[in-house]
Design a binder for this molecule. Structure first.
Ligand SMILES: Cc1cc2nc3c(=O)[nH]c(=O)nc-3n(C[C@H](O)[C@H](O)[C@H](O)COP(=O)(O)O)c2cc1C
Length: 282
């Protein structure tokens, strides 16, 4: 699919076809795309675990619900959990990843990179300082029986890990749309997946990506509202709006990045019929 259409067609899907599993090759294509996400500090923080709804007991499924993650988790066949392994930073202090980037010609002398720079500057200043930071916070895991405390990590390290997760989530969502699949990030309650899949305590996560075939129409009711670009995007200084050129918007609309705004005229009817089909409140 053309990139602008992928961006334009991405919606947070909330109705799935529970009877239709994802083909393994499509799932792999999404995972391969996530694997290609930019790497924070050249550290291999990224970890991914795939969980299928059918692997879960009814009790575990219910424990994963939150006020904002309800029916969608029951209807969706597959969840992709994107993690950051916080122990990866200490493993990267040998500088090997950065050496590889030097050899690959990605980090170059023109920009100040060398073996000495990696060992004398980057590892001590960017890796070790984060590891030695005493401003730490203990990990807390929400289990069905209450909160459980895990190891402590520096806040800086947590921020790096969360950045890595966020960027991988963005790539994953777009890759899912490119495969013709419906996607949504949706928070989960009790960390049941951790127990089911045996995930180590050093792996932190965010909202998993729900992925499958959408039961809603491809537009999922139309493109969702955003504040005007000029209101939130600034040009050169705070308060100077980045002006959105209508001709550019027109071209992007023709290319599919901007689509009909929600709700399309039949959306209420679509929602009523979907609710009826799945036995949900109308
Ligand atoms: C990190 C993250 C977590 C989210 N969690 C939920 C959620 O728990 N439940 C939900 O219905 N939508 C969730 N969303 C989806 C947003 O609500 C959604 O992006 C927003 O409604 C805009 O719609 P769109 O994604 O279709 O453009 C989440 C989005 C992000 C980025």
């Amino acid at each position: 699919m053309e990139f602008k259409q992928v961006v334009g067609l991405r919606r947070s899907i909330r109705f799935w076809s529970p009877w239709q599993p994802i083909e393994p090759e499509k799932l792999q294509a999404v995972l391969e795309a996530i694997h290609q996400s930019p790497r924070v500090l050249e550290v291999d923080f990224l970890r991914v675990a795939v969980l299928h709804r059918d692997q879960m007991s009814e009790e575990d499924l219910q424990a994963m619900k939150t006020p904002t993650t309800t029916t969608q988790i029951e209807l969706c066949p597959t969840y992709i959990f994107i993690y950051a392994d916080l122990d990866a930073l200490s493993e990267a202090t040998d500088g090997k990843n950065l050496d590889e980037m030097l050899e690959a010609g990605a980090l170059n002398r023109s920009h100040g990179w060398s073996s000495e720079f990696i060992r004398d500057t980057i590892v001590p200043q960017f890796y070790q300082e984060v590891l030695d930071d005493t401003d730490t916070v203990a990990m807390r895991f929400r289990t069905p029986d209450g909160m459980r405390e895990g190891p402590a990590y520096s806040r800086q390290l947590l921020a790096l890990g969360r950045t890595q997760i966020g960027i991988a989530q963005g790539v994953g969502l777009l890759a899912g749309v490119d495969q013709g699949l419906g996607v949504q990030l949706s928070g989960v309650g009790a960390d049941v997946p951790k127990r089911i899949m045996g995930i180590p305590d050093s792996w932190i996560t965010s909202s998993p990506m729900l992925i499958g075939y959408a039961a809603e129409g491809v537009e999922a009711g139309g493109q969702r509202p955003r504040e005007p670009l000029e209101q939130d995007f600034h040009d050169g200084r705070y308060g100077a709006p980045f002006e959105s050129d209508p001709d550019v918007v027109k071209r992007l609309t023709e290319d599919g990045m901007f689509q009909r705004p929600a709700p399309v005229p039949w959306r209420r009817d679509e929602l009523r019929r979907l609710a009826r089909m799945f036995g949900l409140p109308e």
